[in-house]
Design a protein around this ligand. Structure first.
Ligand SMILES: Cc1cc2nc3c(=O)[nH]c(=O)nc-3n(C[C@H](O)[C@H](O)[C@H](O)COP(=O)(O)OP(=O)(O)OC[C@H]3O[C@@H](n4cnc5c(N)ncnc54)[C@H](O)[C@@H]3O)c2cc1C
Length: 387
């Protein structure tokens, strides 16, 4: 289809990437974002090769390589610092044809924003609803303004305002049972190899860091916790010290050196897979459609795959906008549902939902061959629209 005007709600990874792709396809794009200042939730993100391939297609390959960390190896260690498993990542790169890049979220957002053009993004615009007729769809904003186009893309995240309209019922995110702390630190903490993604596991918890561009590490911690609990609301370092007491000295060094005011604390949630992502000319994309727990590191990558497929369906078919959106949903729904459930299962294993299962996983990590770990990651990557 030619000459479409596309209204995008949300300037996160999904909305901005969609804006770039649809502009490149020759469409007119307007993006509306509720925050006054773009501030991504979370400090870093690991973009696996399937996400990077989408960025390559959009001409952003060199730029993402500049902001990305050189992650050459993955290492699982016990919380007492015994090596469980070391996995060189070169064979993954050879198998899938592209290196993954962990990046700082602000760098990623800046890169995407520049690529789409700041003038395409209206900040401080909170979408409160949508309506449509046979020819157009209109987004309504809290300040009384409206925006009308041929279609509206709801890329408004896990707590999407538009989703209930699309699915015709109320959808509530599900607490995944654990808290995640994350942030960035300078790479001078004498962690092991600066190009290694290190994951400490033990007691049903996790502490980890991976290199991002600019000589920094993206770190995260996670532990199971009832929703709403916070033992040390005024002292994040004390809270981490409590949950990771007795863990290996690099973990203690990280806790001492992180900046609590720049560390995020998130109760992680996901969505049960949805059958329906499309209503006429209004379509869900990214977390609005399929938020998953971050234990596979695929949420942002799946939003990028959505963009690739949505754009492909709009550009290559010409029956109607509604028809193209249905094709997109059909092409994406099963893959994202299966990854959401896989991530949920992995979350339960990592975070001690059933302690026997978590212990069995620690044993498995000890015995697993590096090529089996690589093959499992490659299978996920190669299942995407760009192979
Ligand atoms: C701790 C953590 C770690 C993660 N790690 C990874 C990883 O390593 N790799 C990976 O691929 N994924 C990861 N993810 C998942 C990834 O962050 C998400 O899948 C991704 O951000 C989804 O992008 P999105 O654009 O769909 O939604 P969001 O990033 O949530 O963006 C939605 C945007 O819409 C805006 N908005 C919301 N409501 C409205 C409204 N009514 N009107 C206007 N604007 C609105 C919001 O302000 C926001 O800017 C992680 C997630 C978490 C929580």
């Amino acid at each position: 289809m030619y000459g479409l005007t596309v209204i995008i709600i949300g300037a996160g990874i999904g909305g901005l990437t969609a804006g770039i792709a649809l502009q490149q396809a020759g469409y007119s794009v307007q993006i509306f974002e509720k925050t006054q200042q773009l501030r991504p939730a979370g400090a870093g993100i690991s973009l696996w090769s399937n996400g990077i391939k989408v960025l390559n297609r959009l001409g952003l390959g060199d730029q993402v390589a500049e902001i990305g960390g050189l992650m050459n190896r993955m290492e699982y260690r016990t919380h007492r610092d015994e090596l469980l498993n070391g996995v060189p990542l070169q064979s993954l790169v050879e198998q899938v044809g592209q290196r993954p890049y962990p990046v700082a979220r602000t760098d990623l957002q800046q890169m995407l924003l520049e690529a789409v053009g700041k003038e395409q993004v209206t900040l401080g615009a909170t979408c409160v609803g949508v309506q449509q007729d046979e020819k157009s769809a209109t987004a309504y904003f809290a300040d009384g303004t409206t925006a009308t186009g041929d279609l509206v893309i709801a890329a408004d995240g896990i707590r999407s305002t538009i989703r209930d309209y699309v699915v015709g019922g109320s959808v509530t995110p599900r607490y995944a049972g654990y808290v995640n702390w994350n942030g960035l630190v300078e790479a001078d903490l004498s962690f092991q190899d600066q190009n290694t993604w290190v994951i400490y596991v033990g007691e049903g918890k996790r502490a980890s860091w991976m290199p991002v561009g600019g000589d920094r590490f993206y770190f995260f911690f996670g532990t199971r916790m009832p929703q709403g609990r916070n033992l040390y609301p005024d002292d994040l370092r004390q809270e981490l010290g409590y949950y990771f007491q007795g863990w290996a000295s690099p973990v203690q060094r990280l806790i001492q050196n992180l900046d609590p005011s720049q560390t995020n604390r998130l109760e992680i949630a996901d969505l049960d897979p949805l059958d329906c992502w499309v209503r006429g000319r209004v379509v869900l994309l990214g977390d609005a459609a399929h938020a998953s727990t971050p234990t596979l590191g695929q949420g942002g990558c799946q939003a990028m795959e959505d963009v690739e497929m949505l754009c492909r369906c709009l550009v290559t078919t010409n029956l109607s906008v509604e028809d193209a959106l249905q094709r997109y949903e059909m092409a994406r729904n099963a893959r994202t549902a299966s990854l959401t459930l896989k991530a949920r299962n992995r979350t339960d294993t990592i975070y001690n939902k059933d302690p026997a299962q978590t212990q069995a996983w620690y044993e498995q990590l000890k015995q697993e061959k590096p090529e089996d770990v690589i093959n499992a990651i490659a299978k996920i990557i190669l299942g995407g629209p760009l192979g």
